[in-house]
Design a binder for this molecule. Structure first.
Ligand code: TYD
Ligand code: MG
Length: 447
């Protein structure tokens, strides 16, 4: 048995202190210190590697396993890299277990041995889900277990190439006395799983729950020890799910995967624009469509603003799907540069379909949506808006305008308002393109 000491450990970042503190000095979290018996973390016995000159390093394409879900493959950077550890975070009920079950189902169908470890559900519950998804394969093993040592033995027995651990918060190792889900348990169990993945060259998906603040419960340090961190998101009451890479050692972090939760599992949404515009109202003030880039993929989304007279001394500014600071900034620009008076108006802002937009290319769309609601004038139905807006009210160029225009055209749009600086580089002329240098020019055209 290793030597143990009682320590106060921050449940958010893993900071340790000999005495209790109200606020973690490392991450600033309040009330996060919990007493744990800490055991020195086991050392990884990886082989030593000497420094080598960079031109002696050979590169090769990483072999990747396809998951059968091209949306998931895209987010992973082209498929699963053997020997990698992937953390999947998401709120309870969002569909993490379903996504993983479908992935293992496809892989086992390709005769890749797979193992699904569940510390949350009984074998019957898992089988029920599998039946619902129509899954059955001799290459898919199920293990219901919480003890890390037993899981490691199970992995040795089943010799899988891909393992799913559902979820990290339910695992514990007997070597540490703290409760499952505590920082020391999460760190130790995850660390050993990652180590195993590297040593045995098998891919491990680790499912993690999100706290109500939106971080993966327990520790941010979990994000450091894995190769890839994916978040599975979706709005309550919507069936769309978005898979996003937060960190990826084997691919880009810009890509998103879009799914829809259906009666029989997650279906891929290969044309997200269609989904996000499906319920768009016709010719209503306050509704605007932009073409936003998510990684390499343009997606059309609808922005909605509702501007109403406020009865409050400090009018409300509420935003869903965009950064509230960005909203405040753009409102200030509208007041100062266009002369609209929003000081006595509540502003509610929403990105339809539960998607989040955080690229500056959405600025012009946001501004126009607010103005459209305030002035009670609709924007032409088949017109999209693109452009970053600067503090002086100038409309600045955006990256890759052409693929955004092509997507708009594909979805039946025939007009685009674009930053003037972008126009001379654009060869695509299938839509009517209106170039603007300042916001006012766009307003003259629209209102
Ligand atoms: P689940 O994968 O268990 O979520 P998580 O592991 O992230 O907690 O999915 C739970 C929800 O998905 C549940 O409310 C039922 C729904 N669901 C479907 O709508 N269709 C399906 O085929 C399945 C398996 C689940
Ligand atoms: Mg689950």
């Amino acid at each position: 048995m290793k030597q143990q000491r009682a320590r106060y450990v921050c449940q958010s970042c893993g900071y340790q202190s000999a005495k209790w503190l109200g606020r973690c000095p490392e991450c600033g979290e309040w009330n996060s210190m919990v007493e744990e018996l800490v055991t020195p973390v086991s050392k990884l016995d990886l082989p030593e590697s000497p420094p080598i000159p960079i031109d002696a390093i050979e590169t090769r394409d990483l072999p990747r396993l396809k998951t059968g879900l091209s949306e998931l493959d895209r987010v992973l950077g082209g498929g699963i890299v053997p020997g990698s550890a992937i953390l999947i975070g998401g709120a309870p009920g969002i569909g993490k277990s379903t996504l993983m079950m479908q992935t293992l189902s496809y892989l086992s169908g390709q005769k890749v041995p797979t193992l699904y470890v569940s510390g949350e559900e009984s074998a019957e519950q898992i089988k029920l889900r599998a039946n619902r998804l129509g899954i059955s394969s001799p290459f898919l093993y199920i293990l219901t277990e919480n003890a890390l040592e037993a899981i490691l033995r199970g992995i040795e027995k089943a010799r899988p190439k891909v393992v799913v651990v559902d979820s990290i918060q339910t695992l514990y190792t007997g070597e540490i006395p703290s409760a499952p889900g505590s920082v020391s348990q999460v760190r130790e169990t995850a660390g050993r799983l990652v180590h195993l993945a590297k040593r045995e060259n098998l891919a491990i998906f680790i499912i993690g729950h999100l706290t109500k603040e939106g971080a993966i419960a327990g520790p941010r340090l979990l994000e450091h020890i894995v190769d890839t961190v994916l978040y599975f998101e979706g709005e309550k009451g919507h069936n769309h799910r978005i898979l996003r890479a937060i960190k990826n050692r084997f691919g880009s972090t810009n890509e998103i995967g879009v799914f829809e939760m259906q009666e029989r599992g997650l279906a891929e949404v290969s044309n997200p624009s269609q989904v996000f515009l499906a319920e768009r109202p016709t010719n209503v003030p306050g509704s605007v469509v932009i073409s936003t880039l998510e990684g390499t993929r343009p997606i059309l989304v609808e922005l909605q603003a509702l501007v109403t007279p406020s009865s409050l001394a400090l009018p409300r500014r509420t935003s869903i799907g965009i950064d509230p600071y960005r909203l405040a900034l753009l409102v200030a620009i509208l007041e100062k540069r266009v002369g609209l008076n929003l000081g006595h108006q509540d502003i509610f802002f929403n990105v339809a379909g539960g998607i989040r937009v955080d690229e500056p290319g959405a600025d012009l769309g946001i501004i126009v949506a607010i103005a459209s609601s305030l002035l009670n004038k609709a924007v032409p139905f088949k017109c999209i808006l693109l452009g970053e807006v600067g503090l002086t009210g100038e409309v600045r160029s955006i990256n890759q305008p052409e693929i955004r225009l092509i997507e708009a055209k594909k979805m039946g749009f025939d007009k685009a308002i674009l930053p003037k600086n972008n126009i001379r580089h654009i060869k695509y002329k299938d839509l009517e393109i209106i170039g603007v240098k300042v916001i006012k020019e766009a307003f003259q055209y629209l209102f």
